[in-house]
Design a protein around this ligand. Sequence first.
Ligand SMILES: Nc1nc2c(ncn2[C@@H]2O[C@H](COP(=O)(O)OP(=O)(O)OP(=O)(O)O)[C@@H](O)[C@H]2O)c(=O)[nH]1
Ligand SMILES: [Mg+2]
Ligand SMILES: [Zn+2]
Length: 328
Amino acid sequence: MQPSSPQALVLRIDAKVCHVEVDGERRQLPLAGKLFEDRSRERRPLAVGDRVVLDATGKAIDAVLPRSSQLHRRATGEGEERAQVLAANLTQVLAVASTAEPPFQPELVDGILAAAARERIPATLVLAKIDLDPTAAAFWRQVYAHAGVHVIATSTKAGHETAAALQELAALLHQNRTVVCGLSGAGKSSLLNAVVPGVNLRVGDLNHIRQGRHTTTHTELLPLPGGGHVLDTPGVRNFHLFATGSQELQFLFPELAALLPQCEFRSCLHAEERQCAVRKALDEGRVAESRYRSYRTMLQDALEAERLEVRGGRPELRGKGRRRPGRR
Ligand SMILES: Nc1nc2c(ncn2[C@@H]2O[C@H](COP(=O)(O)OP(=O)(O)OP(=O)(O)O)[C@@H](O)[C@H]2O)c(=O)[nH]1
Ligand SMILES: [Mg+2]
Ligand SMILES: [Zn+2]
């Protein structure tokens, strides 16, 4: 790299242009050139949060600098299996899930938490809209606290604001570069509006959300006045791990991995094996059913991918075998 090559930070990516910050100034650059012709395993070579090097004219992106971390999932709906990077260079992941409207979806939450764990990015579960169903909120809070996940339970509804929880959230945001991830309508933008004065993000109408319309349509990196950066993202419907091995998976569920030394087999995958400490804990109510179910679904997925790879590793076959419905 030449010393004169300017560096930029990717703030937002649209269909044809990329918004970057260069020397404190916002600029729009075309999404074209050598970088975008490379058909790698990533659906797109760029992600919001990336640091990039511009060419000598300062009008095109030449290269992407190595990432310190990334939140990614398996891209769906494409023949070949690819990774979709939702955000790059993060220090924190917030999985936002409402307790009702839309209902809590444990598999989605567990997917996000597992993807963060895999990248060693600290994650917090933010339970949103607890005013709508305090009983469900208490239930999920207990499930995740028991799994060793940090939980913040919030409401932003006027008259029901959880002041202390929102303050805790604000403090976390100011210390980190955070990606906020979750189902459409979960309340991600509402939370940011509540804790970041002046940010004014668009918030959705639940009728539109029920029709499958997203309110936030682009991931956008926002610098926070009190320090830190946050990336608000459009809702995701699913979060399937990208290329995660069957043996690796349990380590993304710390409460399951902690029981492995007590299983009869050191290679126990906690599925059908004899004398499995995880299944025993499940029967005795020491492991949450929803967490175990998420793990088994991901395990099945990983084993299926490994079987297909053994059979010849044909990417087109792999893609077909693992394709999942859903646009996002
Ligand atoms: N009752 C209640 N409703 C809330 C709360 N937070 C958000 N909402 C409502 O939930 C709806 C969706 O909120 P958004 O903040 O737009 O959700 P989002 O997760 O950003 O959605 P996308 O941008 O589509 O991904 C809006 O109608 C909000 O008014 C809450 O704490 N309590
Ligand atoms: Mg939003
Ligand atoms: Zn076991």
